[in-house]
Structures are given as C-alpha cells and as structure tokens.
Design a protein around this ligand. Structure first.
Ligand code: FES
Length: 573
C-alpha cells in the first residue's frame, strides 16, 4: 500500500514482467480482485485442521475469522494447510513428528510470498511445531489458539480430558468401576470442539504462547466453542497486518525475558512437563540461551496458584470464567518481567492491568496459594547426569522423598505383561523403572512415563508409586513420576544399567536421583552394556534417529537449531 516500505511479497506480486504475471495470474483463478496484489501485506494463515486431529478440526472456522480481520486491516489473507499431529491417534508418538511439522511450516513460509503469519495452534505438538518453524523464519508472527473443549459432564459431575481417563482406567483395573460405566463416560468427556480441557499440554502450551507474549491477552483459556474465540481470531487478523507494517518480528517478542516469564507462569499454573522440552527447543531456534536448570531456577519457590486438573479439581472453562491467564500473570506481579513487549504492541503490565479475579477458589494468590509445592523440579544425580524432571504438584507428597528397591522393565511391552502378573515381585515401596522409552529408544519419547501400577497392588488400594523412565507423560497425567531421564537408556545412559534389586533414592527437595551402586560397579556394567540394534533403516524414521537430540536439549534435530531467516529464494522459472 502507499507509504509501506517494500514488502517480501512484492518480490512475487510486484514485477510487471513474465514472473509477476505468473505469480498473479494463477492466484486470480481464485477470484481475487487485481488490487489485492498492490503491495499490501500478505498474511499467511497456517492451518493444521484435519479430520484426524479432533482438537484442531474447528480451526477451519477460526481461520475464517482471522481472514475477516486481515481484510478489515487492509491485508491479503492466504490460508494454507500443513501437516497435523493428533495426540490421540498417531503412533508411536506425535513427538516423533513435531520437528517434521516444524520443517513443513518453515519451508512453506520461506518459499512463498508471505509477509506475516498467523499460527492456528491447538493440540499438543501442533503449538510447539508451529512456534519452532516460525522462529526459524522470523517473520512478524502471532498465534491464535484453538481453545479447550467445554467441561466434560458425566452423571452430575465434571470430568476432565485425560486426567479422569487415567483415574477411571485404574479404577476398572482395581475392580472399583465397571467397564460399562467407563465406556459410558466416553461421549460425556469430549462434548464440544476444542482440545483437552485439563491443564494438559495443549492448555499449557496455549498458556505459554500467551505468557511469551505471542498472542493477544486473555485468549489462551477461551473455550473453543465460545464466540469470543472468534473475536480473538478476528482481532489477531487485524493486529498481524499492523505488525507487518511496524516490522515487529517474532524475535522481538520471544526474548530471554519472555522465556523467563513463561517458565514462571508455567510454575503458577502447574503446566505440563512437556513445556520444558518444547520451550527449550524453541529457544534453540531463536538463539536464546535456555537449559533445564533455568526451569528449576525460575520455578523454585513459586507456589501453584491454579486449581486445575491434574493438580487440582477445576477445568479450563472454569479458568476462563475466573479471569484467565491475565489474572495469574497479574497475581505474579513483579515475579514477571512486566516490561516485556507482546504482540499486542503493549507490555505485559499493560496487558494484565485490568484483570480481575472472579473466583479465588480457581485462581489463588501468592499470599494464599493453592499449593505451596513446586509445579516442577529438575533432578540431577548419577542416574540422570543430564537431568530428569518430576512434577511435585501432581504427585503424592509422601513419595517425593523416597528410597526403594528397583523393579525394572526393559521396555514397554515387558512392562504391560508384567504388571498384570500377580507373581511379580513388587510391593508398594518399590521403585518401578522403565527403559527404552526415550527419544531414540521407542522412538519418539512417547507419553508412557505415567505407566500403570501393578494390578495386585491396585487391588490392595495402592494409588501411586515412584516410577522412573526416559519417557514423557501426558500433561493431563499425575503421580510420583520421574520423566525425561537423560541421557536415555537407548544411548547408554545410566538408566540402561539399572538392575532388579538396586536401591534408588529420590530426593525431590534436594533435587537428586541416585542409583545406589558403587562407581566401580557402574563402570563395570557400562563396559558390559551393548546398544540395542537400530530398528529403522530408511525414511523419516531414519532421519529422526540420526539427528534427534536428548530431552534436555528439547529433542530438536541437531541440524534445525538456529534460523535461516526470511530471505527471498531464487526465482522458480
Ligand atoms: Fe489434543 Fe489433548 S488430545 S489436546
């Protein structure tokens, strides 16, 4: 438009020659008027809507609302599809494909005449995949989150995605719930568009997007079915056009201060442990120094303010009605970098100034927190030299300091056979150890870390035990579960060397995880260890195995760290 400096898209749509003809003419078969190519900002709308990804299926309608806003502001909206990652269907784990989806977005953005991008984020991995891909291009970027489902309603009470599935499943195994009742809960749990409505990974990452300043304030928790979700999308459409004109890029927003804000917000909301992996990978793309110890440093001493499943009882719908994320951020006060810039064009302080708390039972305060225990802790020790993670807020408090005899499962298949066996040599004080579930070992580091308890102990009324693995767990899950042990067992990390009967001590307060064997014994076992045969010889799986980094590095591919920018590629004809 008149007065704008030359935009990226002008290299495609501007020239009055053969190339310009080709770039414009074929686009005009969609019925666009000639003046849409006059140099106005071209806004890409990245959409992973898919019938295979129920959490994102409604993003088609969200995209329409974004387009409305883009057009109102004088931009040219162009929606495009990308790969999509559905948490409930994809095997062996959506985590195996997060980096692939990020590559899809990155290359699509760079290869096309796009000046700014709106990311429609939603189901767990789709949010970090989009953030990571966009970061490596670094255009003006805003996310609009798809939003959670309405509260599940089952026989007069609220039930939450994931959290209640884990609980009811164990009740069926313990014989305290009938299989028919369990089946009846299915349609009661997922009764509207949107993603999991507990503080699982999708809600956590939506909150991280808002805490990072990458979406408009008070939009993370709006239920997907609420008309205000579309208002947010329309406003995002308007704002991204302004951001292109201002030249505000993603790296201007997602700074070290923004990451520290996100980590502290994650502590206050009791967010998913998966956030650590995703934000560390994102930081790597942006060149912002961030490691797992930053998570412990920035979370330590911060109490849990939000009473949501799996840490508490409420659900995302309640969170939105109580005041949403701005209220949590306001409650954190000067624990946040309140001067940090956000995509609204305003600071964090300005964004949250008007927040009010309409239900202190849902959103507590620093003076009177919901729980004083930390939402996450990073462990170190000879069992996890590169770190491990536990979520104290969702664990049985008595198990946070624990010493017990190891019962070892070499892989997930062995575990599932053994835990049904009444002959398994295990008691409630044992420490259950699962190997072979890390980034390379499974592959894809699936969410199996909150694995089921031995059936014979469930029948005795045991509801939690210390479990240790190199896996992740769903953000909806709970328990005294040590996750992300690094290095993983498949690459010869100390987890690979644990044997039945070894003593293991977990000291959450002291942040240590110790395999109580002498150093010489550890060295002898290491010498005798042989790596598992690599199962994949071709295709994406081979690429994944060859390049995925360990959990503490965010499981990004080594060759994706950093950014390649938004330069104009060479002509295609
Ligand atoms: Fe998509 Fe939980 S399955 S967010």
């Amino acid at each position: 438009m008149a007065g704008d400096k030359k935009l990226r898209s002008t290299h495609w749509f501007g020239p009055r020659d053969l190339m310009g003809f080709a770039h414009r003419s074929w686009m005009k078969n969609q019925g666009w008027a000639p003046d849409m190519f006059d140099g106005r900002p071209v806004i890409g709308i990245a959409n992973s809507a898919s019938d295979l990804v129920p959490c994102n299926a409604h993003h088609r309608q969200v995209a329409d609302s974004v387009k409305r806003g883009v057009l109102e502001a004088g931009g040219f909206p162009l929606e495009f599809p990308t790969m999509s990652l559905g948490e409930t269907l994809m095997r062996p784990s959506t985590m195996m494909f997060r980096n692939l989806m990020s590559m899809d977005l990155e290359e699509t953005l760079r290869a096309n005449p796009i000046d700014g991008v709106v990311l429609l984020t939603g189901c767990d991995k789709t949010t970090p995949a989009y953030l990571m891909g966009a970061a490596s291009v670094n255009l003006p970027t805003i996310a609009v989150h798809g939003g959670p489902m309405l509260n599940g309603k089952f026989r007069g009470r609220d039930i939450g995605s994931g959290t209640d599935v884990w609980r009811m499943s164990e009740e069926v195994r313990a014989g305290t719930m009938s299989l028919q009742d369990f089946m009846d809960a299915e349609s009661a749990m997922s009764r509207s568009v949107g993603h999991c409505m507990t503080m699982g990974t999708a809600s956590t990452m939506g909150s991280m997007v808002e805490a990072l300043g990458m979406t408009l304030p008070n939009t993370a928790a709006v239920p997907a079915a609420d008309a205000r979700r579309h208002v947010a999308a329309q406003l995002v459409g308007r704002r991204i056009v302004e951001m292109v004109r201002e030249g505000t890029r993603m790296s201007d927003i997602v700074t070290r201060e923004a990451f520290e804000n996100a980590i502290r917000v994650n502590a206050a909301i009791g967010g998913s442990t998966n956030a650590i992996i995703h934000l560390n990978a994102l930081a790597g793309r942006l060149g912002v120094p961030l490691d797992i110890d930053d998570w412990d440093r920035n979370s330590r001493g911060l109490p849990l303010l939000l009473n949501l499943q799996p840490n508490g009882k409420y659900l995302m719908e309640d969170f939105y009605y109580a005041g949403g994320l701005p209220m949590v951020m306001k409650a954190l006060g000067d624990r946040l970098h309140t001067g940090a810039l956000t995509v609204s064009g305003k600071s964090v302080a300005e964004n949250v100034a008007g927040a009010e708390n309409y239900n202190p039972d849902v959103i507590a305060s620093l003076d009177k927190p919901f729980k004083s225990v930390n939402a996450l802790a990073v462990l170190r020790g000879n069992l996890c030299p590169d770190g491990a993670v536990i979520k104290p807020s969702a664990a049985t408090p008595e198990l946070l300091q624990h010493r017990g005899r190891a019962v070892v499962f070499e892989d997930n298949d062995e575990l599932h056979r053994a835990i049904e066996d009444d002959g398994l040599d295990v008691d409630k004080d044992c420490v259950l150890v699962l190997k072979g579930a890390g980034p390379r070992g499974y592959p894809g580091m699936p969410e199996v870390g909150n694995f089921p308890l031995p059936k014979k102990l469930l029948r005795q009324g045991v509801t939690d035990m210390v479990r240790i693995s190199d896996a992740r767990m769903s953000g909806t899950a709970y328990g005294a579960v040590v996750l992300h042990v690094a290095p993983e067992s498949a690459v010869g990390g100390p987890l690979a060397l644990v044997r039945n009967g070894d003593m293991i001590s977990l000291d959450t307060e002291g942040r240590t995880l110790t395999l109580e064997i002498p150093d010489q014994e550890m060295a002898a076992r290491r010498k005798a260890w042989t790596p598992p045969a690599e199962a994949e010889t071709r295709g994406y799986a081979k690429l994944f195995l060859d390049h995925v980094m360990q959990a503490d590095k965010g499981c990004d591919f080594d060759f994706l760290v950093g950014a390649s920018g938004a330069g104009i590629p060479r002509a295609n004809h």
